[in-house]
Design a protein around this ligand. Structure first.
Ligand code: SDX
Length: 427
């Protein structure tokens, strides 16, 4: 294949000598793309890329990741700046609308989200249908999908105002739904949202306050939670965001699409890794066992992987993990014996792994899930809720990508092809 500099095309020479010209398209920053959309029509062959390691699925202006340099930008702003200078709702506004809000836009947006925090009271009946040991992600999947049965006035995807209200309802109600899932699992009464509180304070209040006592706020915890939500808000075309886009490409309503995203995020290779990291650290238990687990992770015959390590895009330190390590230092100053032990174990594991040639050669670094669980655990959030917290944050990214896709005039239903390796026709 040659790259024809002049016309910015590549030429594909097929075995029988046929030559196909493929346009090369350039984005604002990052790798160029080969436009193969006409390939099948021209040559009767598909490309083949299971896992989409070399395939771009769409055009997007929302997030850019430079995996080699460990850079993450949301609408051009780096994640370190957003996590240290902005709130989760300001970041949500940025992802949704493309710019950071000025004071007027910010207060209008915060008020709009705040006035959507309550759920239709009938939805609370769903929780009684679950067993009390149901995983909160299972409840989240079910309840969010069921929202389309309640909010019919915001399911017409071709109506801009309905898309806006559906987006605000999802962002506003996810903490309420998540907190109710937790309260249900511990047999405590649901706590209604308190619209005097900020987003993350309100979330912690719904999780931990009880009618019998005055709830004491911990500012360090609510600040840490707000930053954790920012760090998990969006991440380009990851598995769950691609799931939301694919579901949305058929014209499905936004609640159904977000429910599909939640299902995809639940997997231990994706958002479920934060829960898996804590379980792994408990299993390792002591620094003297680290080598055994590093060897297991390197053993091809052993399915064990070092959870919280490695990434499809980052071949350098995940910038979010760096910020989370700093947040962990701040939160753990609040006297958390067990989590300090886990944190020290995690830091020791990281330093040993980063000096091991297997991890160095494969460019496996800590990712966003490596430290997040330690912070959440120190804040009293149970392990079963870790991926739920991730889903609450990522709802902002999912709905931003869903809106971008629906508004894209070139948007078509996603329908990949395959390499068929089954039976030939037979009687
Ligand atoms: C998230 O996509 C996103 O942006 C996701 C996310 C987001 O914000 O949306 O960043 C959130 O999902 C973070 C990732 C959380 N998952 C984990 O921490 C689980 C452990 N990590 C992996 O399973 C793995 O690294 C993935 C799934 C994250 C990435 O897998 P890839 O890109 O398909 O890489 P791979 O499996 O092909 O691995 C390349 C090599 C393999 O060895 P070889 O076959 O080449 O010999 O590295 C090895 C793998 O065996 N490897 C690991 C490893 N991760 C990869 N070996 C040991 N431990 C690991 N964690």
């Amino acid at each position: 294949m040659t790259n024809d500099k002049k016309n910015n095309h590549a030429k594909l020479i097929l075995p029988e000598g046929k030559i196909v010209t493929l346009p090369i398209i350039e984005g604002t920053i990052g790798p160029k793309v080969l436009d193969i959309s006409s390939l099948y029509k021209e040559v009767g062959m598909f490309t083949f890329d299971p896992g989409f390691t070399s395939t771009g699925s769409c055009r997007s202006k929302i997030t850019y990741i430079d995996g080699d340099k460990g850079i993450l930008l949301h609408r051009g702003y780096n994640i370190e700046y957003l996590a240290s200078e902005k709130s989760f709702l300001e970041t949500a506004y940025l992802l949704l609308y493309g710019n950071l809000p000025d004071e007027k836009n910010k207060s209008e947006f915060v008020n709009a989200i705040t006035t959507h925090t309550m759920l239709n009271e009938q939805i609370s009946n769903f929780y009684k249908g679950f067993r009390d040991n149901a995983h909160p992600m299972a409840i989240l999947c079910g309840v969010v999908g069921a929202m389309s049965a309640f909010y019919h006035d915001s399911t017409n995807i071709n109506n801009k105002e309905e898309r806006r209200i559906a987006s605000y309802r999802l962002i506003a109600k996810m903490p309420t739904i998540a907190a109710m899932a937790y309260k249900f699992s511990i047999g405590q009464p649901f706590v209604y949202p308190n619209n005097k509180l900020k987003y993350s304070e309100n979330f912690l209040n719904m999780l931990f306050s009880v009618p019998a006592e005055e709830y004491e706020f911990n500012q360090v915890f609510s600040d840490a939670l707000d930053k954790i939500l920012i760090l998990h808000a969006d991440h380009e075309q990851n598995a769950s965001t691609s799931t939301v886009r694919l579901a949305g490409s058929s014209g499905a309503n936004p609640f159904a699409c977000i429910s599909a995203g939640i299902a995809s995020l639940w997997g231990p290779s994706h958002g479920g890794a934060n829960e898996a990291v804590i379980r792994m650290l408990h299993k390792i238990d002591d620094v003297k066992h680290i080598k055994k687990y590093i060897d297991k992770a390197k053993d091809k015959e052993d399915p064990f992987r070092l959870m919280g390590f490695g990434h499809r895009v980052y071949k350098n330190y995940d910038p979010r993990a760096k910020v989370l390590q700093k947040i962990a230092e701040d939160v753990l100053k609040q006297e958390h014996k067990l989590e300090n032990k886990l944190f020290d174990l995690a830091k020791e594991l990281e330093s040993i792994a980063l000096n091991d040639e297997y991890f160095v050669e494969k460019k496996l670094y800590p990712n966003v899930d490596f430290y997040s669980g330690i912070i959440l655990k120190a804040m009293g959030i149970p392990i079963s809720l870790f991926t739920v917290i991730f889903a609450v944050a990522r709802t902002v990214g999912w709905i931003s990508h869903w809106n971008e896709m629906v508004e894209d005039k070139k948007n078509k239903i996603g329908r990949p092809r395959q390499l068929y390796i089954g039976e030939k026709p037979r009687n």
